[in-house]
Design a binder for this molecule. Structure first.
Ligand SMILES: [Fe+2]
Ligand SMILES: [Fe+2]
Length: 278
């Protein structure tokens, strides 16, 4: 396990430690799945990924107050993956923000919108994954962990209404997202790393030169309540940090003065981040 370490000072009476893990991309299939799903699962060795995940979970249980998983726990929809996710998410120490792959039938097959997501969600019924997937909060050690589903690079107005209710509790908030929020230095690093012609996988990315695929452009360009939501998040002093994943590399920067965004690389690569909050 490659462990990154950070400290965040927010004036807690007692320190709180969390392990941030994201993008595990577990791929379980069995006899209930078709050949196409088996081929998807055959792209890599899921048992290795599961072993890394187990190590991360064991570390969190032994050394941390909470494991925050920011999505893409599974790589695609399958009953075996849902069963795995339900078992993990029923762990007391795990707090979860859903990613796009929780709702992915097949890789990059279609324009992913609310209808696509709801179709996948129906496959999870009646239990879902056992935890709320679109908005969720939990208070641990005087800190309010709030998970908002921005897995398709967008926010919806109702999520901000809910966030305002969380803010009214008056506690410091750690915001847990799947898709990172646009920030200039992150964007430039993302472009440099990904090379020309790659889509910008950040929420609130209004740059003209990316992304190149037309359908991706429609999907990723901020619309609806997205920019308003991001501006609102950046303006709230009670929001002390943003945790995110999705882009499969680690990066730290400030979204606004005093508001760090911690992006952690792929859990499938064995990367995890220990954040000590003081
Ligand atoms: Fe991912
Ligand atoms: Fe993702």
């Amino acid at each position: 396990m490659e462990l990154l370490k950070n400290t965040l000072h927010i004036g807690l009476e007692r320190p709180l430690t969390l392990l941030h893990v994201t993008d595990s991309h577990i791929a379980r299939v069995d006899e209930r799945d078709n050949e196409r799903k088996h081929a998807l699962a055959g792209r890599f060795d899921s048992s290795n990924r599961e072993q890394l995940f187990r190590e991360q979970l064991a570390y969190a249980k032994a050394h941390c107050d909470l494991m925050v998983h920011t999505g893409d726990l599974i790589d695609f929809t399958s009953q075996a993956n849902f069963e795995f996710a339900r078992t993990i998410l029923s762990e007391e120490k795990v707090f979860f923000a859903a990613g796009n792959h929780e709702f992915s039938h097949y890789l990059g097959e279609a324009y992913e919108d609310r209808a696509y997501k709801m179709n996948s969600f129906r496959e999870m019924l009646p239990e879902g994954l056992g935890v709320p997937l679109f908005f969720h909060s939990r208070i641990v050690g005087g800190v309010n962990f709030v998970a908002i589903d921005d897995s398709y690079h967008q926010f919806e107005a109702w999520q901000i209404t809910r966030l305002k209710k969380e803010l009214a509790k008056g506690l410091p908030i750690i915001l847990c997202l799947h898709v990172p929020l646009f920030e200039r230095s992150l964007y430039e690093y993302h472009v440099e790393r990904s090379g020309p012609g790659t889509s910008c996988y950040l929420a609130g990315c209004e740059e003209d030169d990316l992304p190149v695929d037309e359908w991706r452009a429609i999907e990723i360009r901020p619309r609806g309540a997205t920019m308003e939501a991001i501006d609102f998040i950046k303006s709230q002093p009670l929001i002390k940090a943003v945790l995110a994943g999705h882009i499969h590399f680690s990066f730290e920067s400030e979204l606004a003065p005093g508001l760090p965004q911690f992006i952690t690389g792929g859990g499938y690569d064995g990367i995890a981040r220990e954040l000590t909050i003081l």
